[in-house]
Design a binder for this molecule. Structure first.
Ligand code: APR
Length: 233
């Protein structure tokens, strides 16, 4: 039985909740150029476009619910005798809504705001613009979504490295394995001696790094895999 389970999740986990993925044929990057809406350079060039992009995503996320895969991961954390951690690339709040507690948002949170003037962070569910004033310092022109853009350092990387170094089981769910550093976590887990599993709709870029794989819809294969893990406890 594994003592510590570390789970990396990506957009495929939230797909069946109605959240578009990024690189599937009808994904976000088929409609928007990430350089315009998900880089510091794009924000400096046209902040109104970036704010409109995230305002649209906040509104689109407002009514969504966690699916059976999110629920299975929360059940695993509750029922498993060892430690279970979720490191998510997703900026939605579906893991929290399903009840997961041990959670790291390495790419930040769509429902979070950051003031670039004073560095303060706030929960944020409404729209944001250049005119939005920081609730902390009161200045306008500096509020941005608290999400990690391409070229920026993901959050809590040191803590994630510690978790991977001590992992007995590493499970990657719903991610294409295109974006580093997340795509490199499987190699770190293997180096630590962990068993590595990919649960994805189809084989990912990093398919060859995993010792085991199940392919199919997350709402089917994630509960099935969690049931297998819990049957031994
Ligand atoms: N069930 C399981 N897997 C699915 C499902 C589903 N219902 N639908 C799609 N997938 C898989 C796809 O096959 C793909 O491998 O989920 C993966 C989604 O890949 P991406 O769209 O690249 O999303 P992700 O890997 O999370 O992207 C990583 O890139 O754009 C940045 O910051 C953004 O966090 C994001 C990062």
């Amino acid at each position: 039985m594994a003592e510590r389970i570390v789970i990396l999740t990506g957009a495929g986990l939230s797909a069946e909740s109605g959240v578009p993925t990024f690189r599937d044929k009808d994904g976000v990057w088929a409609k928007y150029d990430y350089r315009d809406v998900a880089t510091p350079e794009g924000f400096a060039r046209d902040p109104a476009l970036v704010h409109a992009f995230y305002n649209m995503r906040r509104r689109a996320h407002a009514g969504i619910q966690p699916n059976a895969a999110h629920a299975a991961l929360a059940r695993l954390e509750r029922a498993y005798p060892g430690e279970v951690w979720v490191v998510t690339q997703n900026v939605d709040a579906l893991h929290e809504a399903a009840g997961t507690k041990n959670l790291i948002h390495m790419h930040g949170e769509l429902f979070g705001a950051l003031c670039t003037h004073c560095g303060a962070r706030f929960p944020w569910s409404g729209d944001m613009s250049l005119e939005t004033r920081c609730p902390g310092c009161g200045k306008a022109g500096g509020m941005r979504p608290d999400v990690v853009w391409f070229g920026e350092m993901p959050y809590q990387m040191e803590r994630i490295g510690e978790l991977l170094a001590a992992a007995d089981l590493f499970i990657s769910i719903g991610t294409s394995g295109n974006v580093y550093p997340a795509a490199g976590f499987v190699a770190e887990a293997r180096a630590a001696g962990a068993h590595t599993v990919e649960l994805n709709l189809e084989p990912s870029e990093g398919r060859l790094m995993f010792a085991e794989a199940m392919h199919g819809a997350a709402t089917v294969i994630v509960p099935a895999y969690v049931n297998r893990l819990l049957q031994w406890v």
